[in-house]
Write a protein that binds this ligand. Structure first.
Ligand code: FAD
Length: 280
């Protein structure tokens, strides 16, 4: 099984079974099977334990559904589809593009990589977790026994490449409530190299009722979210961020540097949103 992505062909020569599910019952994984969404990670490195793929894109879920309650992003919504979303009327709309841009893939990656794949891969630099957590997203998870549950996006990722999902669980959708979509948003990203993976990604939201939310990802082992009743002072924001103890350490940045740059970026998004005309 191979796919052409960005730089070249990547073979997964252990795969001998490929399924196109059409209904929920088809989603029960057999031993060795795994869910395939865009494949931008699955086909990027050897997967010796994978002998079968279940292609979620065959389910034909609408990528984005709008209603008075807000927006529902299917797990299979691609980054390209999300980034091109316009005319929703929500003030938070620019954040979709900002978060997609935080993933520095070519257009080929953007055209296949999905919201769900990004969340389930759970890299600290996964920008879809920042988006979902900053907009108070709720995740709908389907269990193989036919049940389902929802959970706050901030609770989905428990560590690098680790989510709450158990074998066979499927992320169906991310629901973004209208209340959060009416906020003004700002984001900042830092990398060691101009085209490097995010070492720190900070997203903030200020609501019409003045409340302020800030989310830190990429710099930490799992996402952190802080809420304030009004715009925090520089000191209050810093005191909140100083409670973080899970600064991440990998070739994209040391924990000390990540902490320092996160404080800097957080102050920038705070300043951006301080200038927003928020009615009292
Ligand atoms: C050049 C390049 C740059 C990249 N940069 C980044 C980056 O900056 N940040 C980052 O986070 N990632 C990055 N990636 C990794 C990857 O492309 C993205 O995380 C992408 O969003 C993964 O989505 P996908 O749909 O391609 O997932 P896939 O590769 O199809 O799947 C990823 C994993 O998630 C599981 N999965 C997928 N969908 C579901 C679902 N709905 N329910 C349950 N399990 C599911 C799959 O079984 C698999 O284990 C990069 C990749 C490339 C090639």
């Amino acid at each position: 099984m191979d796919q052409h992505l960005g730089g070249g062909f990547v073979d997964i020569n252990t795969v001998h079974r490929y399924r196109w599910p059409t209904r929920r019952n088809d989603l029960r994984l057999a031993p060795g099977e795994t869910f395939l969404a865009g494949g931008s990670w699955l086909f990027s490195e050897p997967q010796p334990a994978v002998t079968g793929l279940v292609d979620l894109t065959a389910l034909g879920w609408p990528p984005v559904e709008t209603s008075a309650r807000g927006l529902r992003l299917a797990a299979t919504c691609t980054l390209a589809e999300l980034a091109s979303l316009s005319g929703t009327g929500w003030t938070a709309e620019p954040l979709f593009r900002d978060c997609c841009r935080a993933l520095l893939g070519s257009f080929k990656v953007w055209n296949v990589a999905t919201v769900g794949g990004n969340l389930c891969l759970a890299l600290p630099a996964g920008p879809m977790i920042a988006l979902a957590a900053a907009l108070d997203g709720t995740l709908e998870i389907w269990r193989p026994d036919g049940t389902q549950y929802t959970l706050d996006a901030i609770d989905f990722i428990v560590g690098p490449s680790q989510t709450v999902l158990e074998r066979g669980d499927l992320l169906r959708a991310v629901d973004l409530p209208a209340r959060a979509l009416t906020g003004a948003t700002a984001s900042r990203k830092a990398s060691l190299r101009p085209l490097g993976r995010s070492a720190a990604f900070v997203v903030a939201r200020r609501d019409p009722d003045r409340r302020f939310t800030v989310v830190v990802t990429a710099a930490t082992r799992h996402p952190h979210r802080f809420r304030f009743d009004d715009l925090p002072s520089r000191h209050e924001l810093r005191a909140a961020l100083d409670t973080i103890t899970t600064w991440y350490d990998d070739p994209h940045g040391s924990p000390d540097w990540r902490r320092a740059i996160t404080l800097h970026l957080a102050e920038q998004v705070r300043a951006d949103l301080a200038e927003e005309a928020v009615p009292r």
